[in-house]
Design a protein around this ligand. Structure first.
Ligand SMILES: Cc1cc2nc3c(=O)[nH]c(=O)nc-3n(C[C@H](O)[C@H](O)[C@H](O)COP(=O)(O)OP(=O)(O)OC[C@H]3O[C@@H](n4cnc5c(N)ncnc54)[C@H](O)[C@@H]3O)c2cc1C
Length: 501
């Protein structure tokens, strides 16, 4: 008899979501987390009285979270206090033009009319199709098992109109937006979201073009920091008996032949279970925790063909004054062509450009309690994406240079006298992300997501190579993101309950 029905490796959003649902369905569940805090990329830590978010800075598309709590017979409002953020973002062009994009779509139409009058009619068509796609297409697919052709066909049979999405799926993000618009500011404002899924516009799926619209369904910040989301899920799971152990690192998955039977911790302790769910990077799961020798040849070949997601350094800044910002998120970026060049001429060549994309997050606007009175917090993705191994150098050595780049941007876009007001500046480099979360190469979204690595082309929620092994989180379909990782956790739980319920 096993110690547990299910062991979950990793207390990220995917792991906690799967664990809490199957615990609610009567399984004896143990979640093992190597770090001292839960939540993985969606978490919050304290430094000198300021609360900084590790990575994720916002949640949009809250439907998967609502579904998760519904599946546990609970109301999300009793577990996570989500504060709506409006406007959804402010946008600074290379020429210094600033646009504020409100949540209300009619008000956004007016912004677009002023920004790009020649594209206004096209925008209205884009918006109409995109909103339909978000309501119909995503509802059909977000929590659905799409990991095999037959499971994907079942979704199409249930929601036949999803065929209308096919042209968008067959295009890359750049093609999808350029087919719709010609104005360069408008193009830029609907293209940078490709990086939210981990790829430049010429590699990202055309579906990522819809992220610009999905934010109009509302973006939210959890009171107390992003950790409020995993904390709420864990609390609900614990009410069904789910156990969570932090500071507990899994070294490998116990096997009997090709059947998962539990885990071995880094101190050699063995804990047995009927099933194992891995919430860690899919390549690490198969190549390190299972090991190449235990994999069939086809599986080894398949797993090694995946690339890790891009890394992204983060700056954490404490200020003793209010920043000159007007939105929770401020994006600084260039043309679609420039965003592609950042990838082809810099990122893939091991170089960091001085003016790539920056995302400045100002969480104390939504929740002042994150900083001492009168102070503010900025979490800042500066010049992204940036390579894991900057050419000829190492992130530990260029950390101070990177902080200086951040300070220069701060002076340029947020506070001309920033140096007099910064009380703390810290950085999490790709190496730090690798050490903190054990994400190989500091990748922020598990595996790389381009238009060829979604649905059945991404790692499957139910392992085809190892019996009783399941995966959840960013390495599976739809890839990285708060809503998508929760959705993946739900899908995995549904598959487990079908197999073992
Ligand atoms: C810088 C950054 C910014 C982001 N911004 C946003 C955003 O604004 N909005 C958004 O929607 N998404 C954002 N994301 C993405 C989103 O946060 C992630 O995709 C999502 O949280 C990943 O969830 P996951 O379930 O894959 O688990 P992860 O967050 O990857 O967690 C996996 C957990 O497993 C643990 N673990 C690893 N190895 C072991 C082991 N051997 N034993 C035990 N435990 C182990 C790790 O410590 C970690 O806690 C961002 C991510 C980053 C890094």
């Amino acid at each position: 008899m096993s110690d547990y029905d299910a062991i979950i490796i990793g207390a990220g959003l995917g792991g906690l979501s799967t664990g809490s649902i199957i615990a609610k369905n009567g399984m004896k569940v143990l979640v093992l987390e190597q770090s001292d805090i839960i939540g993985g990329c969606c978490s919050t830590f304290e430094n000198q009285g300021y609360k900084f978010d590790v990575g994720a800075s916002i949640v949009e598309l809250i439907r998967p979270l609502e579904i998760l709590f519904e599946k546990m017979g609970k109301d999300i409002k009793d577990y996570v206090d989500l504060i709506p953020c409006d406007p959804i973002y402010s946008f600074i062009t290379p020429e210094g033009k600033r646009f504020k994009i409100p949540t209300d779509i009619d008000a956004t139409n007016e912004v677009v009319k002023a920004m790009a009058p020649e594209d206004y009619e096209n925008w209205l068509k884009f918006e109409e199709f995109g909103m339909w796609l978000l309501h119909y297409g995503l509802d059909a697919m977000i929590c659905a098992d799409m990991s095999t052709f037959s499971s994907a066909l079942k979704v199409v049979a249930k929601y036949p109109k999803v065929y209308k999405m096919l042209p968008t799926l067959a295009m890359n993000h750049e093609m999808a937006v350029k087919k719709a618009f010609s104005n360069k500011d408008l193009l830029s404002s609907v293209s940078f979201q490709s990086f939210f899924a981990g790829a430049p516009p010429f590699l990202g799926s055309g579906v990522f073009g819809m992220i610009a619209l999905s934010e109009h369904l509302g973006i939210y910040y959890p009171r107390g920091g992003m950790k409020g989301i995993p904390d709420g899920i864990m609390k609900a799971g614990q009410e069904s008996g789910m156990e969570v152990r932090t500071n507990t690192k899994v070294e490998r998955i116990l096997l009997e032949g090709r059947d998962a039977k539990g885990v071995v911790l880094d101190d050699g302790t063995e804990i047995t279970s009927d099933i194992v769910v891995s919430n860690v990077n899919g390549k690490v799961t198969y190549l390190k925790m299972i090991g190449p020798d235990a994999l069939p040849k086809w599986a080894f070949k398949g797993v090694t063909s995946y690339m890790n997601s891009m890394p992204c350094p983060m700056l954490y800044v404490g200020l003793d004054t209010k920043p000159n910002l007007n939105a929770h998120h401020t994006i600084v970026t260039g043309s679609v062509e420039f965003m592609n060049e950042v990838w082809t001429k810099y990122y893939t060549q091991g170089l960091i450009p001085e003016n790539a994309m920056s995302l400045i997050c100002w969480p104390t606007e939504a929740d002042p309690s994150l900083a001492p009175e009168g102070h503010h917090v900025l979490n800042w993705i500066c010049n992204a994406p940036a390579p894991y191994s900057p050419l000829g150098d190492n992130w530990d050595r260029i950390k101070d240079w990177y902080k200086e780049q951040g300070l220069k941007e701060l002076e340029k876009y947020v506070l001309p006298d920033a140096r007099d007001h910064v009380t703390l500046i810290d950085v999490s480099t790709p190496l730090d992300f690798e050490r903190r979360l054990l994400h190989p190469e500091g990748g922020i979204y598990g595996l790389f997501s381009d238009l060829t690595s979604l649905a059945m082309f991404r790692m499957s929620n139910k392992s085809r190579a190892i019996k009783d092994l399941y995966l959840s989180g960013a390495s599976t379909h739809f890839g990285g993101g708060v809503p998508t990782s929760v959705a993946s956790g739900i899908t995995t739980a549904d598959i487990i309950m079908k197999d073992h319920g």
